[in-house]
Design a protein around this ligand. Structure first.
Ligand code: ADP
Length: 499
């Protein structure tokens, strides 16, 4: 599938020039996590491209903001049609670029990208607050588009997460500059073409490629930017917030997590084991993943039995194969990081109940040698891992690993307080999952959890009308439903005197 990997600015494809001053090349190479093979040369943006893209978004803003909602909605549906027509291409490109399963890109992720666009298009047309009265005066609330938004996205679900931001921003009447992650630049470029072919006016959606430090920072610092929406790591969010603070630009941050899976002895333990194994999806590269299993002491053995039965049935391999359950992690550097967490935990006394290292059995598949000699296919595959004998204050329990690595801890029988204490005892607050057969217990525990989303006897069920986001180090603000419109708009209340 050919992809134009130049920037998309103001309705034109733009290449980057090499910069002799900073000794940077005009492009960088994008590699596939499947085998380390080079996929494409990508335009390497810097301050000039950031400025040009924000200027284009600013220039297009007045006309887009003035476009009637019904027309904006129609265009978003047209883009969704374009996405649906190219699901196979988008899925193939995304799998080559980020290594997640082809079947889930085909049947889950890419259809959802289209759905994201349709949902916010429809929601726009339904957007309304009830008027209310103050001493005979009418209060009427409207959403004024805020202006150019910078959207910075990560590599674990590239187009899915980008479309989550693009759809509400464009529906709201704001224009955008998207900067995809440098490890997964391809579907954003393809999406720009699809949006253009669907008739989206020039400058409404701009895509710049490159490294965070080179093109992300000048985007965030640009004084014409009115909103910044970021999904990524905590340290990057801190830098963005500091820069955005200079211009008082509102930020929406969706960051990491270290979410608990609480398994009570009254739970359906087969279901609890299903939920636990789901945490290996996308090779564990999911911010919401419930990576800390907290099980009631007396249920430990039975739960573990069911869990290990399921792990034994998982197929790890090429993400393009229908039968594969777990593909590669994103990049040799990332696998190194994941393995570092596991090594240090083992050195500190943890026990690997299962997994605990790279899947060397797959090394034989390593056709192309991989990046920097770190290994090909086998090098990027990490065994689904469960560690126990871990201390609550240890790194492996406190820090996000972002790989197929879970920890198992227990709490004393009947000690709900201790379960809640352990669940809440990290700096994060993104999500929590409970397995229990007792609805009253679920309500009691849920009320005490610090989490933006709590799943009871389920996982990953998500409705776009629901608020989504985290507390504490997991983020600021909520995406989804009208919360997204609130973010990409300046709300206006008009008070009218009685006649
Ligand atoms: P991850 O650990 O998921 O790679 P990052 O926060 O480093 O998390 O990256 C998420 C996104 O943020 C990527 O698109 C990356 O290029 C971008 N990014 C990284 N550093 C900066 C920065 N200083 N300013 C703006 N964007 C950045």
């Amino acid at each position: 599938v050919p992809v134009d990997t130049r920037h998309w600015i103001g309705g034109e494809r733009i290449a980057s020039a090499a910069s002799p001053a900073s000794a940077t090349a005009a492009t960088f190479t994008d590699h596939s996590p499947l085998d380390g093979a080079p996929l494409a040369e990508i335009a390497r943006g810097g301050a000039a491209e950031a400025r040009a893209a924000v200027a284009a978004a600013r220039a297009a803003f007045p006309a887009w903001a003035a476009t009637p909602p019904a027309e904006r909605a129609r265009l978003l549906h047209a883009v969704a049609d374009g996405v649906e027509a190219r699901i196979e291409d988008l899925a193939a490109v995304e799998t080559a670029d980020n290594g997640a399963l082809l079947r889930s890109h085909r049947r889950g992720v890419m259809p959802r990208v289209a759905h994201n666009l349709r949902y916010f298009a429809d929601r726009l047309l339904a957007l309304a607050h009830d008027d209310f009265e103050t001493r005979g005066h009418t209060n009427h609330v409207t959403w004024d588009p805020a202006g150019p938004a910078v959207l910075i996205t990560p590599w674990n679900a590239p187009l899915m997460l980008a479309s989550w931001k693009i759809a509400p921003a464009l529906a709201a009447g704001s224009t955008v500059v998207l900067k995809p992650a440098e490890w997964t630049p391809l579907t954003a470029s393809l999406f720009a073409d699809i949006a253009h072919e669907a008739g989206l006016p020039a400058g409404v959606l701009n895509v710049v490629q490159g490294y965070g430090a080179e093109v992300g920072e000048p985007l965030v610092a640009d004084p014409d930017v009115r909103r910044i929406s970021f999904t990524g790591s905590v340290p990057t969010a801190r830098r963005i917030a500091a820069t955005a603070g200079a211009h008082l630009v509102p930020c929406s941050f969706e960051l990491g997590g270290k979410s608990p899976l609480l398994v009570f002895a009254d739970a359906d333990l087969e279901l609890a084991a299903d939920l636990a194994v789901e945490q290996f999806d996308n090779a564990g590269q999911v911010c919401l993943a419930a990576t800390r299993i907290l099980v009631e002491e007396s249920a430990r053995e039975a739960f573990l039995g069911h869990f290990l039965d399921r792990v034994a049935k998982l197929t790890q391999g090429d993400p393009r194969d229908e039968a594969t359950d777990i593909g590669p992690n994103i990049h040799p550097r990332h696998v190194e990081r994941v393995d570092g967490f596991v090594r240090r935990a083992l050195d500190a006394g943890a026990t690997a109940i299962t997994g605990g290292g790279r899947n060397t059995g797959l090394a034989g598949l390593a056709g192309l040698g991989g990046l920097g000699g770190l290994g090909g296919l086998g090098g990027n595959y990490y065994l689904p891992t469960l560690l126990t004998d871990v201390a609550q204050d240890s790194e492996i329990v406190q820090e996000e690993v972002f790989g197929p690595v879970l920890t198992l801890q227990t709490f004393p029988d009947g000690d709900e307080d201790e379960a809640v204490r352990l669940a809440n005892d990290t700096r994060f607050g993104l999500a929590a999952t409970l397995a229990t057969g007792d609805r009253e217990r679920a309500d009691r525990v849920t009320a005490r959890l610090v989490a933006g989303t709590v799943w009871v006897n389920c996982f990953f069920v998500r409705d776009l009308s629901a608020p989504f986001g985290g507390s504490r180090a997991s983020g600021i603000g909520r995406e989804g439903g009208d919360w997204s419109f609130d973010f990409y708009c300046d709300l206006k209340n008009t008070v009218t005197a009685p006649k």
